[in-house]
Ligand binder design. Structure first.
Ligand SMILES: *Cc1c(COP(=O)(O)O)cnc(C)c1O
Length: 245
């Protein structure tokens, strides 16, 4: 039997225009890639959390993702994230703050974020702490700087243990694990191996904090091979980001 599809994708193929995969196809492709990478590493795909990074994209795209079953959203700019979380508060989404965080914005981010991935200095721990100790502890990751450039986000590996102790002493923060971005110009897998090392050191201080937030559009398979549990994937799913406004 011959089926004639009327979808825009196939009709554009007939016209000789390159078919552009839509959001659901890209999401399915990345989910498939995650499953493949997990199997290759003898890991259970069910232990991996996919966070779709929606920074710079409009709320309409986040609504589409929600309709496709995505619940974990990643954002990196405070004002944008705050506005999106407020507008979409009825959708039951979970907001991951993944960008560099100024201490003076810390309490405001805490108010809408479910998880903060970028805790990287003692002053930020102090700023995030709830002085009244009445709020639910907020989940957080310690960001580790895998480059030699101190201006990059993240604590230097040598400073990790002290920062872990600081967070462990803050009852309003719940430490989940480590987070990092692979440096440019280095084989990502080697960098993620260093992150795994940092994770082992963190676990020796806080045994329950076993999570590893790592892996973006171009390196998530390497991150999974080195133990990542939380993947932050943007453009491979959303398409290219609109230019910063
Ligand atoms: C933008 C961003 C991502 C996603 O990057 P893609 O290459 O689009 O997948 C992940 N993590 C952080 C910290 C980001 O800022």
């Amino acid at each position: 039997m011959t089926t004639i599809s009327t979808s825009p994708t196939s009709s554009s193929k007939h016209l000789g225009v390159a078919a552009v995969p839509d959001l659901s196809e890209r999401l399915a492709a990345v989910r498939g890639g995650i499953t493949d990478a997990a199997r290759a590493a003898s890991r259970d795909p069910a232990e991996l959390t996919l966070i779709v990074v929606t920074k710079f994209h409009p709320v309409s795209l986040i609504r589409e993702l929600a309709q496709l079953g995505v619940r974990e959203m990643g954002e990196s700019r405070h004002q944008e994230a705050q506005a999106k979380a407020a507008e979409l508060s009825g959708l039951g989404l979970r907001w991951h703050f993944i960008g560099q965080l100024q201490s003076k914005k810390a309490r405001a981010v805490r108010a809408y974020a479910d998880v903060i991935h970028s805790v990287d200095r003692a002053a930020l721990v102090t700023a995030l702490a709830d002085p009244t100790a009445t709020a639910e502890p907020i989940d957080c990751f310690l960001q580790v700087n895998l480059t030699d450039d101190p201006s990059r986000g993240g604590v230097a590996p040598a400073g990790l243990s002290a920062l872990v102790e600081k967070v462990a002493g803050a009852p309003s923060l719940k430490l989940l694990g480590v987070m990092a971005i692979a440096p440019l110009g280095e084989e990502p897998r080697r960098a993620f191996a260093r992150l795994r090392n940092a994770s082992d050191r963190l676990i020796s201080i806080v045994p329950g904090a076993t999570a590893i937030s790592a892996g973006m559009s171009h390196d998530y398979a390497d991150a999974i091979a080195e133990g990542a549990t939380h993947l932050r994937i943007g453009s491979a799913i959303t398409g290219n980001r609109p230019v910063a406004g």
